[in-house]
Design a protein around this ligand. Structure first.
Ligand code: SF4
Length: 224
């Protein structure tokens, strides 16, 4: 799949999630930005899609000077799935409990909302997050989130993942950007972690049947 096809596929996946989220009774409202922290993880393909809009709204400097990077993942979702499949232990990730706001957040609004990454889209809370300080999602929504994350990582199989600010910093370098577009970006030279293909889908047995129609739609998105 060439780069442009991948980009179009990512947009289809986002549209599919919009459709799914529209069917949920969510408490999320414009101006509620409790989940907009510096802990957001993204793939390089998602970061690439965000870049033009970040530049258009003059946010590039804020990212470059962001001193708070929040959570830096050491393992991707598909790597986690591979370890689970092989019965291996998952590494402990040290999540920053007080990460501060996302460097892009402006007056409690996301200036690049239309192209926000899946880590942000996945935060569909059934309760006002202000009540508990976190998004409230049932097991089905969490299962669906994992599925979307697995397919997005699979789609960007030659790319990398990392903290939003780190990924955007790498992509701000024209050379790295060209390497990424040519599927030649070496993640270990950037401090990001390599994406992987889907080894097995992370669907609990009780959701296998319910998840299948969505899995088929996701497969269609990434099959070009
Ligand atoms: S990218 Fe936008 S939606 Fe995501 S955390 Fe930052 S401000 Fe919030």
């Amino acid at each position: 799949m060439n780069f442009e096809t991948k980009r179009a596929a990512l947009e289809k996946i986002y549209a599919l999630h919009d459709e799914f989220a529209a069917g949920l009774d969510a408490a999320c409202r414009k101006g509620c930005a409790i989940c907009c922290t510096a802990n957001v993880t993204v793939t390089t393909l998602e970061g690439f899609l965000m870049r033009p809009q970040i530049e258009a709204c003059g946010q590039t400097d804020r990212l470059a000077t962001a001193d708070n990077r929040g959570f830096r993942p050491t393992i991707t979702t598909n790597h986690m799935a591979a370890l689970c499949k092989d019965g291996k232990e998952l590494p402990e990730e040290s999540m920053d409990p007080a990460p501060g706001p996302c460097p892009l957040l402006t007056d409690q609004i996301c200036p690049v909302y239309a192209v926000r990454p899946f880590g942000c889209r996945s935060m569909v809370s059934s309760r006002n997050c202000a009540e508990t300080g976190m998004a409230d999602m049932d097991e089905w929504v969490i299962t669906v989130n994992h599925l979307f994350m697995q397919f997005i990582e699979h789609l960007d199989g030659n790319g990398c993942s990392g903290n939003l600010a780190d990924v955007l910093a790498v992509l701000s370098d024209p050379e790295k950007r060209a390497e990424f577009e040519a599927a030649k970006l070496i993640c270990r030279t950037t401090g990001l972690i390599p994406n992987r293909p889907i080894p097995v889908l992370m669907i609990p047995p009780e959701y296998q049947d319910q998840a299948m129609p969505l899995v088929e739609k996701l497969r269609a998105c990434v099959s070009g």
